[in-house]
Write a protein that binds this ligand. Structure first.
Ligand SMILES: NC(=O)C1=CN([C@@H]2O[C@H](COP(=O)(O)OP(=O)(O)OC[C@H]3O[C@@H](n4cnc5c(N)ncnc54)[C@H](O)[C@@H]3O)[C@@H](O)[C@H]2O)[C@@H](O)CC1
Ligand SMILES: [K+]
Length: 258
């Protein structure tokens, strides 16, 4: 079962619920959305990542930090790809909002993809302590852990430092909030690899990933939220889905699905 948050009243959170079904996307669909955003619409990855990370910071604030990050501690796990980049953006905003943020990177800086490396370079200029897995053990109690290790770019069972950090997070008592999909779940087919992050909350981006709805994977996903990263509705109509999804985020840029 997902871990329970110690300080959360689900009745008080001010995020709209959407119960009717939305289409679900495979990794291939999502890569096509990304490509189209950049090549057809001129919306850059760094813009999408900013939206992803800012919505994640907001979800943390409302869901785990009692609406006020000041004086609270958060640990952020970041991998070298787009998933880690979004998590680092959330670290920046939570720091700006007064939280004490510890950032743990699963790979050396030189392994980071360019846009995620840029996010890392920014927080390095701020007072955000940076850790490698070897020093993560020194991090004291936090209100929540953000999992930005691996998203839909997962290839097979998590290994090396990513696997070590998944085990580290699962071994602690604090609730985990996964970005896009818990690290270790295949985004298309929902395979649950060993190890996989056992999230209390997952915030997926743009459109839900198909693997989140696999029954076995569901136990690792926890509450499921969907965040706006600025995809125009007509993109889905013209690209992969051929359906009119409408203005999904009309009421809020963050909605709860489950
Ligand atoms: N339009 C979008 O969908 C956006 C996506 N973003 C994020 O970017 C993610 C996709 O980014 P990427 O394609 O860069 O990939 P990911 O960040 O999901 O993962 C790729 C990294 O994980 C490592 N990795 C893969 N399998 C592994 C394994 N088994 N063990 C250890 N390490 C492994 C790879 O070496 C690679 O460095 C999404 O899930 C989402 O979170 C956001 O940054 C912004 C916009
Ligand atoms: K993740």
């Amino acid at each position: 079962m997902p871990k329970k948050s110690r300080e959360y009243d689900s009745q008080k959170i001010m995020i709209p619920f959407r119960q009717e079904g939305l289409p679900t996307l495979t990794e291939e669909d999502m890569r096509e959305v990304d490509r189209s955003m950049i090549e057809e619409y001129g919306i850059e990855l760094i813009q999408m990542m900013e939206n992803a990370g800012r919505n994640l910071a907001r979800l943390l604030r409302e869901r785990f930090l009692k609406g006020d990050p000041r004086g609270r501690r958060v640990a952020v796990l970041a991998g070298p790809g787009g998933n880690g980049g979004g998590a680092i953006v959330s670290a920046r905003h939570l720091h700006n909002w007064g939280a004490s943020v510890d950032l743990i990177i699963s790979r050396p800086e030189e392994d980071f993809k360019p846009v995620s490396r840029k996010q890392l370079d920014i927080v390095r200029r701020m007072e955000v302590p940076l850790h490698r897995p070897e020093t993560a053990g020194r991090i004291g109690e936090v209100s929540a852990i953000i999992d930005g290790l691996i998203g839909y770019g997962l290839k097979g069972a998590p290994k090396d430092e990513a696997a070590d950090l998944i085990r580290w997070a699962n071994g602690r008592d604090e609730p985990i909030c996964s970005l896009d999909i818990p690290s270790g779940i295949g985004s298309t087919e929902g395979a649950v690899y060993d190890p996989t992050v056992r999230a209390s909350v997952t915030m997926t981006l743009a459109m839900p990933k198909r693997g989140l709805f696999d029954p076995e994977a569901g136990a690792f996903v926890g509450e499921l939220y969907l965040a706006d990263i600025g995809v125009p509705p007509e993109l889905y109509e013209s690209m992969c889905l051929k359906i009119d999804v409408g203005p999904i985020f009309a009421e809020d840029e963050l909605i709860r699905l489950r």
